[in-house]
Design a protein around this ligand. Structure first.
Ligand code: NAI
Length: 742
């Protein structure tokens, strides 16, 4: 078997997402819909999507379009046909009848349904056809969500299902979990239940929606969209449909029913077009007052909208579940009520829905971006604590057995759905050093692993300490969290700035530079394996590693100028050096500085390794990997391949034209200023960047060392952070997440 040609039917949200991911994997795909115009429009939307569904827009021609009347014969050639049309059983049945009459022998047919049981989808099929038919349930957006649930029955050809699983893991980069044919499979069964509990309890406990989202979010290891924010994102109408199907499919005894009833509020929101972000708004909405956009939140009791409030739970950065549920205020009570119900529900599904509790946890990680699943939460709280905290708790068989065994640590293997050697698995057995507050260092085989563990993995003095410490062996820098690193911790820098403690900032940046130099010039190989954001300081770690093994979903680049700074952890210098190796730079000493001036000045970013190459954020020697679970083994392979005879690079020298190229850069800045594309402080930041990239007070015959360049970076950084307008930019970005143009 081989999958070389795929047809996706239905070019809506999911069909186009699936087609785009096939396109990313270089697999030719045809997208069919009722009319060619619909699939044509979908193709256009794929190109314009933000965040982009494609890793390389130039590959769009891997996707052909057509309609189900004139182009149906294309199915004769397909190795796999994915049905992703509207959730209507009669439409799906009619389509299957046509597909099965036309398809190539042995081809795989699957449905992307989220709510219709497999046995109902396939009820009209012959046993022969049933063997080749299954559910492939992708999550939205397909490129970015890791989970794919494959639902099969005993009648299925097991070999074929395993083949499809491997294909989706290898080529499409998904975490594939095989599920039984039960309502909502695993991800939605627990995930939607969790959302409903979080919503119902918030209403019961009279919490504001911002309060509920603040608790049912980062403090629980759940994305900060929380529950009401997530409802708006998914679509309130879509959630209502999903719930109706749960109500229909689940036995009356299932406690899901307690939280699945449609409330008058939800009904009213849908009827008035408040279906979420795609509609007029939802629980949150954007309102315009005096020409200004204001985020508003609905009041669950009065149903009116009020300006949304920021909720401060007054807790540290680190997630501490026990502390959270033990709080004696409304937030603690809400957290306990929600978490305990989710844990009880998830554990009630073992063994009937799945015999492997780990699959539920991993489905919540991959499908809902939770840091920990319900069973890992239980392990963290402790079974004894969980059972004894609340005398009202209606325990179940799974929990009772654990409690009676008196085993506090029950958790067995992680990520059992994959055979790959992942960070998640290694973390359970490797020797770990947890003395550093910003990163863990694992000892595994003959190398070390550094995993940053701060919020969005932002970097501080301790993160650098961890890297330095681990460089006594070959090293892989990798993490399980969503982001590799969003850059230097700006809160940390601002705390010093508030005290005007410039010396401390200088010390930190110098430490950053020296650590990155150590990564580059130590006698061991350093591989960075990023996924998600690798921005600013995060990128500086990549650019000074020997190799980068990048997940296809990286977002990378140097964005410091946006907050009124310049890259000073070696980023400016190393980008300059990279561009100095270009052919054009051999003839023109000003080519590289000007090129890098553009890239850093505009804060350019790439949203995939392919996009990163033309900027030289990544080089030919680096690797691009579709399946995130493969990052660790690919990094290990690289170390094994390169370790014998490894020699660190030579320190570069720089010949730059000083005021000559600076003059050219200033002209660019003046033009931008005149056109009002930058304001006063933009000019200031640009000038500082120009000073560094031009080599400062130098001439083209003078040789500058790398340390000279680092010194220029450091000086510019400190001068900029001392400025009120840089501080204003940072404060604005920290509080709104948006840039300030000043
Ligand atoms: P959608 O409404 O965005 O797109 C459905 C597409 O199917 C439309 O372009 C429509 O023109 C087309 N269509 C309707 N009847 C057709 C027919 N007879 N032949 C060919 N095309 C036809 O729907 P969406 O959201 O993409 O959902 C598709 C499937 O994926 C559904 O089964 C849904 O339950 C499932 N799903 C949806 C998720 C989501 O987040 N939207 C997540 C996971 C699964």
């Amino acid at each position: 078997m081989n999958i070389k040609n795929v047809v996706v039917i239905g070019s809506g949200t999911m069909g186009s997402g699936i087609a785009a991911q096939l396109c990313n994997a270089n697999i030719p795909v045809t997208l069919l819909d009722l009319k060619t115009e619909i699939s044509e429009k979908a193709k256009k939307k794929i190109i314009e999507s933000r965040p982009p569904l494609l890793i390389d827009k130039n590959k769009i021609n891997n996707i052909k379009v057509g309609n189900i009347e004139e182009d149906f014969d294309i199915i004769k050639k397909a190795d796999w046909v994915v049905e992703a049309v509207v959730e209507r059983i009669n439409i799906k049945h009619n389509l299957y009848e046509k597909i099965l009459k036309t398809r190539k022998k042995d081809s795989i047919i699957s449905s992307n349904t989220s709510t219709i049981p497999l046995k109902i989808l396939s009820e009209k099929m012959s046993d022969e056809d049933k063997k080749d038919f299954c559910i492939t349930h992708f999550f939205n957006p397909v490129r970015y969500m890791g989970l794919l649930e494959i639902v099969s029955e005993d009648i299925n050809d097991e070999k074929k299902i395993n083949f499809l699983k491997n294909f989706c893991e290898e080529s499409l980069g998904k975490g594939v979990i095989i599920c039984k044919d039960t309502p909502g499979f695993l991800g939605n069964r627990v995930g939607v239940y969790a959302m409903q509990v979080a919503m119902t309890e918030a209403i019961k406990m009279k919490l504001d929606i911002e309060e509920a989202d603040a608790v049912f979010g980062r403090p629980m290891g759940i994305p900060k969209t929380g529950v009401f924010g997530l409802y708006d994102l998914i679509g309130i109408d879509l959630m209502a449909d999903v719930l109706k199907s749960f109500v229909k499919e689940l036995p009356k005894s299932d406690v899901f029913h307690e939280v699945a009833e449609e409330t008058p509020l939800i009904k009213n929101l849908i009827e008035t077009g408040y279906t979420g972000r795609k509609g007029k708004g939802g629980f949150y909405r954007m309102n315009k007052k005096d020409g200004k956009k204001i985020l508003e939140a609905i009041n669950l009791i009065s149903k009116d909208y009020f300006p949304s409030k920021k909720i401060d739970l007054n807790i540290g950065e680190k997630i501490n579940l026990k502390e959270l549920v033990s709080r004696n205020d409304k937030y603690g009570k809400y957290a306990w009520s929600v978490i305990s119900k989710i844990i009880l529900y998830a554990s009630s599904l073992v063994p009937n829905v799945t015999k492997d509790y780990n699959n539920i946890d991993e489905a919540m990680r991959l499908g809902f971006n939770w840091t920990k699943g319900p069973f890992e939460m239980l392990e963290e709280l402790g079974v004894k604590f969980f059972v004894e905290k609340d005398s009202q708790l209606k325990s179940n068989k799974f929990i009772k057995e654990l409690y009676e065994k008196k085993t506090e640590t029950f958790y067995e293997k992680r990520q059992i759905y994959t055979n790959l050697e992942t960070l998640g698995k290694i973390k359970q057995s490797a020797k770990v050093n947890k003395n550093n507050k910003s990163a863990f260092i694992y000892d595994h085989k003959d190398y070390k692993i550094v995993e940053f563990n701060t919020k969005a993995n932002t970097l501080d003095y301790d993160s650098m300490d961890a890297l330095k410490k681990a460089s006594d062996k070959n090293m892989i820098i990798i993490n399980e969290g969503m982001q590799f690193s969003a850059g230097v911790n700006l809160n940390y820098v601002m705390d010093f700035a508030k005290e005007k403690n410039w010396k401390a900032i200088e010390k930190f940046i110098h430490h950053f530079q020296m650590t990155c130099k150590q990564l580059k010039y130590c006698n061991n190989i350093v591989v960075s394996a990023p996924s998600g954001l690798a921005l600013g300081g995060g990128f500086e770690v990549l650019v000074q590693s020997d190799y980068v093994v990048a997940h296809t979903n990286i977002v990378t680049g140097l964005v410091e100028t946006i907050v009124g700074l310049i890259p000073a952890g070696g980023g400016t210098t190393n980008m300059l050096w990279r561009w100095m190796q270009a052919q054009e730079a051999k003839k023109d000493p000003d080519f590289a500085p000007q090129k890098v001036f553009d890239i850093i000045g505009y804060g350019k970013t790439a949203t995939s390794p392919i996009e990163a190459m033309p900027f030289k954020f990544l080089l030919e020697k680096d690797k691009s990997i579709m399946n995130r679970n493969k990052l660790l083994s690919a990094s290990q392979d690289l170390i094994d391949e390169k370790k014998d005879g490894y020699k660190p690079p030579k320190q570069p020298t720089f010949k730059l034209s000083g005021s000559q190229v600076r003059g050219k850069m200033f002209q660019t800045l003046e033009k931008l200023f005149k056109e009002k594309k930058i304001l006063e402080h933009g000019m200031e930041v640009g000038k500082k960047l120009a000073f560094v990239l031009s080599g400062g007070n130098t001439t083209v015959n003078k040789e500058l060392s790398e340390d000279d360049m680092y010194a220029l970076e450091l000086d510019a950084f400190v001068k900029l952070i001392e400025m009120k307008k840089t501080q204003a930019r940072i404060k604005h970005t920290l509080s709104t997440g948006k840039p300030l143009v000043n």
